[in-house]
Design a protein around this ligand. Structure first.
Ligand code: CO8
Length: 374
């Protein structure tokens, strides 16, 4: 059997609700006014700092984000709540994350011309899972009637590319015939909608990818994986401290320090050169030149970041055709961003065209796959 591994299908599921910058800013500013009113005496005494308003113009200029999708919109814009109101599901019900994982997985299986019985490894890989165990992947495996095994893995924004690399390795080693990688990015429960610096950054979405050996592939669109690379470098600049130890530490598991927070400026400065260098090495490593890459499916955190990375690689700007941007509509969807870009912008490629999927973010982590259309 050949060692050629292919991506044979991808699926994108969008949540039913959309939140514009204007709606989000109106809610934040309403909450900030209320906070300032309720804390007027302490603010006047210099004990706490007054909240300053957010602005839709700033958000679009600083990030390129115009809107985001929400699994549940109810509650997010309620200034007395500022978080989604997600109905609790009991242990006998399908979990929220398994449900959105299945929505994307079914689309990817159809695109790959595969059924559950053809798959024997399921990886649910994302920034957060809603519980520790049983793995969301095993719940999905059960719902799809898949034999074999499943597991969850967390690598923040690089969860998708790192899982794709695990899949490639498993297929090459022969420990799986076909692998389903799913990224159910339910980010909204971890967003601090009271934090002006980050309330606008994230959106919910779910993506999935099927990988298999070339000889079993019957899909209309498929891509040989020429190389995959995962890289990490420890940094505290993007953190979520949410975790099970909070219960024993007597700290508030939902306090601001336990929700997503970052030093966005530092991340921007440090990650852009790392990502560009990673891509140069990775592309040279598979015997290609930068100019051979027809399409860049890059991580979608910030428009200016992507433009800077592409400029460093190509020595010029690239348009939507070469490096598609989806974050204007979806915002930062953690690990799913580069996969959304792939899902929406791959069918027009011709046989022999090369493309690169690349993610970068918390950890720091960077992951990439070089593909060739078959
Ligand atoms: N409205 C108006 N003004 C604002 C706002 C706002 N909402 N926020 C900040 N400002 C002000 C600041 O106060 C500052 O004012 P001043 O100059 O007077 O001090 C000014 O605007 C500039 O602020 P910044 O320097 O912070 O602005 P930047 O231009 O750096 O833009 C960004 C901020 C958009 C955050 C930008 O730095 C960025 O995108 N950086 C990259 C960050 C990144 O990619 N992070 C990755 C995070 S995701 C990840 O890795 C995985 C996490 C897992 C998922 C989590 C799910 C919850």
């Amino acid at each position: 059997m050949s060692q050629e591994v292919v991506i044979s299908g991808a699926g994108l599921w969008k949540p039913p609700h959309r939140i514009t910058n204007e709606e989000l800013v109106a809610a934040y500013n309403g909450w900030a006014e209320l906070f300032n009113r309720e804390n007027a005496a302490a603010i006047a005494a210099g004990e706490i700092t007054a909240k300053t308003p957010s602005s839709a113009e700033f958000i679009e200029k600083a990030s390129g984000i115009k809107s985001r999708y929400a699994y549940v919109k109810d509650g997010v814009l309620d200034i007395r709540r500022m978080r989604p109101r997600i109905p609790h599901r009991g242990e006998d019900q399908l979990s929220h994350q398994a449900e959105i994982a299945l929505n994307a997985a079914r689309l990817a299986l159809t695109a790959a011309d595969k059924r559950g019985a053809d798959i024997d490894m399921v990886i649910v890989s994302c920034a957060y899972t809603e519980r520790a165990y049983p793995a969301i992947a095993i719940e999905v495996q059960h719902a799809l009637g898949i034999q074999g095994f499943g597991f969850d893995m967390l690598v923040a924004c690089s969860a998708a590319t790192f899982a794709l690399q695990r899949a490639v390795d498993a297929l090459k080693a022969g420990s799986a015939r076909a692998v389903l990688v799913i990224n159910p990015e339910l980010t909204s429960p971890q967003v601090n909608y009271r934090d002006r610096d980050s309330h606008f950054i994230f959106g919910d979405v779910s993506t999935a990818v099927v990988l298999e050996r070339a000889e079993t592939c019957t899909a209309r669109h498929s891509y040989s994986v020429l190389g995959s690379k995962a890289q990490t470098l420890y940094s505290n600049n993007i953190r979520s401290n949410f975790g099970y130890v909070a219960y024993a530490e007597d700290t508030d598991p939902f306090g601001p320090a336990n929700l997503f927070h970052q030093n966005g400026r530092k991340v921007f400065k440090e990650v852009c050169p790392m990502a560009a260098e990673h891509l140069e090495t990775q592309i040279a490593g598979v015997g290609l030149d930068i100019a051979d890459v027809r399409r860049w499916w890059l991580h979608q955190a910030n428009l200016n970041m992507n433009q800077l990375i592409v400029r460093r690689l190509l020595g010029r700007d690239a348009g939507q055709d070469e490096a598609p941007i989806v974050l204007d509509e979806f915002a930062n969807t953690a690990s799913a961003g580069s996969i959304i870009a792939f899902c929406l912008h791959h069918e027009d490629l011709a046989a022999g065209d090369h493309g690169v999927i690349c993610s970068f973010g918390a950890g720091y982590s960077i992951g990439s796959l070089v593909l060739r259309k078959r």
